[in-house]
Ligand binder design. Structure first.
Ligand code: GDP
Length: 434
């Protein structure tokens, strides 16, 4: 079986990731069994592919003199035992000499190494993480210790690279959509509505784990994968009542998706659980479409739709161009529109703007409305690029990035949305010194 080892200096966050990988499984499989296990060694899985995880830091001794030797042992253990190696770094401490040494050893081992930068909880840290390119690497992954986001992308890659399984995402390159929402909001009804109208479903792939199903739809001329959860269809199962399980499943589905359709119950309004799902999708930088379902039950007056929409927009704040549609899964009203909107968001999320075009459009914007001068200092934005990331991120090079404040960042984001169209897609904007 495949073994994934986590290596890195003490306190970079190895155990946190380790525990997270185990929890994923145990929360579903073993939570009531009271199993005892070795704390530094355990089984996990991703999309039905099982693997063993080793936390090489499990036996760390944090005194100065054994420090180097201890790390050497860990690295050697990983090289000897593992199929894949996660090399954890920590954005707070940045690159150290030890990191260079560890990486040099790992590189020479010819095992696949996944550079993973931990504690990237904000845009500021995302930018700081670019420092790790100095290792001479092509790519790295970032994890947020606060939210756990980023794990999905990392595991996708690791599992895909496993040599001893012929695992291949059967739906690679296709839009992946999750329908999320509180119990009884209408998720199953919508899923079935999409199934019923035409009978041209191609594949229903159940993972070997019991908690996820992906279905390929070819509908209204669009091909997409609904990342579903078995539990949504098997309602009678006892576990279904547990909020905990449904949250676990949502997280997993959201991590795997490109676009999250958040369903809201029109008869109940936007509540804190909806906000949680929204926050999760946003933190994972997934595309978002909001469907206000059961609209058939609402008595409409002149401004009902407008007021309802305004109330939601007020709650979700500045992320202004998220599509909000009023639908009925039961009567299939505006279901086609919902699918089209999700596809639009998917396309916008993966859109890459050419550097020449970006600069051509943004330069006049910055000339007409430069950032406000601070203490008599003028901020000049010289040029910008879009990063090659799965969701849109932009870097603006300027002389005094520290003087560019939040309102101007929001202005820049809105200008990008206005000129290039990123409907329902979280955008990151960084200002940086050339
Ligand atoms: P889930 O728990 O999110 O999968 O919700 P279900 O799809 O099981 O729906 C819960 C209940 O709401 C069922 O009785 C549905 O028939 C009903 N329902 C779902 N969508 C609509 C809708 O658009 N209009 C109305 N009137 N009822 C709906």
């Amino acid at each position: 079986s495949n073994i994934v080892a986590i290596v890195g200096r003490p306190n970079v966050g190895k155990s946190t990731l380790f525990n997270r990988l185990l929890e994923r499984r145990e929360a579903i499989v073993d939570s009531t069994a009271g199993v005892t296990r070795d704390r530094h060694y355990g089984k996990s899985d991703w999309n039905g592919v099982e693997f063993t995880v080793i936390d090489t830091g499990g036996y760390e001794v944090n005194t100065e003199d054994v420090f180097q030797e201890e790390i050497s042992k860990q690295v050697q253990l990983a090289i000897d035992e593992a199929t894949s190696i996660i090399f954890m770094l920590n954005v707070e401490e940045g690159l150290t000499d030890t990191d260079y040494e560890i990486y040099e050893k790992l590189r020479r081992s010819n095992k696949p190494v996944y550079i993973t930068v931990n504690k990237v909880d904000s845009a500021k840290e995302e930018l700081a993480a670019t420092e790790f390119y100095q290792l001479g690497i092509e790519e790295y992954f970032t994890l947020s210790s606060a939210t756990g986001s980023g794990t999905g992308e990392l595991l996708d890659k690791i599992v895909k690279d496993f040599p001893t399984t012929d695992y291949k995402d059967p739906f690679e390159g296709l839009p992946k959509i999750t329908i999320a929402g509180r119990p009884n909001v209408g998720k199953s009804t919508l899923t079935n509505a999409l199934l019923d109208v035409e009978r041209n479903i191609v594949t229903d792939v159940a993972g070997t784990t019991r908690d996820s199903i992906q279905t390929l739809y070819n509908k209204f001329g669009h091909e997409f994968v609904l990342v579903d959860t078995a539990g949504m269809r098997r309602k009678s199962k006892v576990n279904e009542d547990l909020e905990f399980y449904s949250v676990m499943r949502s997280i997993r589905s959201i991590e795997y998706s490109d676009v999250v359709i958040i369903m809201v119950d029109a008869t109940l309004g936007w509540e804190s659980q909806d906000m949680n799902i929204f926050g999760l999708a946003q933190k994972n930088r997934k595309g978002i479409v909001i469907l206000v379902n059961k609209w058939d039950l609402v008595e409409k007056e002149t401004n009902t739709t407008r007021d309802f929409e305004a109330a939601i927009r007020h709650k979700i704040g500045q992320f202004s161009d998220i599509p909000i549609l009023f639908v009925s899964a039961l009567t299939k009203q505006r279901i086609l529109k919902a699918v089209e909107m999700a596809m639009q968001v998917y396309e916008d999320r993966k859109k890459k703007i050419k550097t020449s075009k970006l600069n051509e459009v943004m330069r006049p914007v910055f000339e007409a409305t430069p950032p406000p001068a601070i203490k008599g200092k003028y901020i000049k934005i010289k040029y910008c690029v879009q990063l090659p990331t799965p969701s849109p991120q932009f870097v603006f090079f300027c002389n005094l990035p520290q003087y560019v404040k939040e309102p101007y960042k929001r202005f820049t984001e809105n200008q990008l949305r206005k000129h290039f169209g990123f409907t329902g897609v979280p955008i990151e904007v960084y200002f940086r010194q050339k």
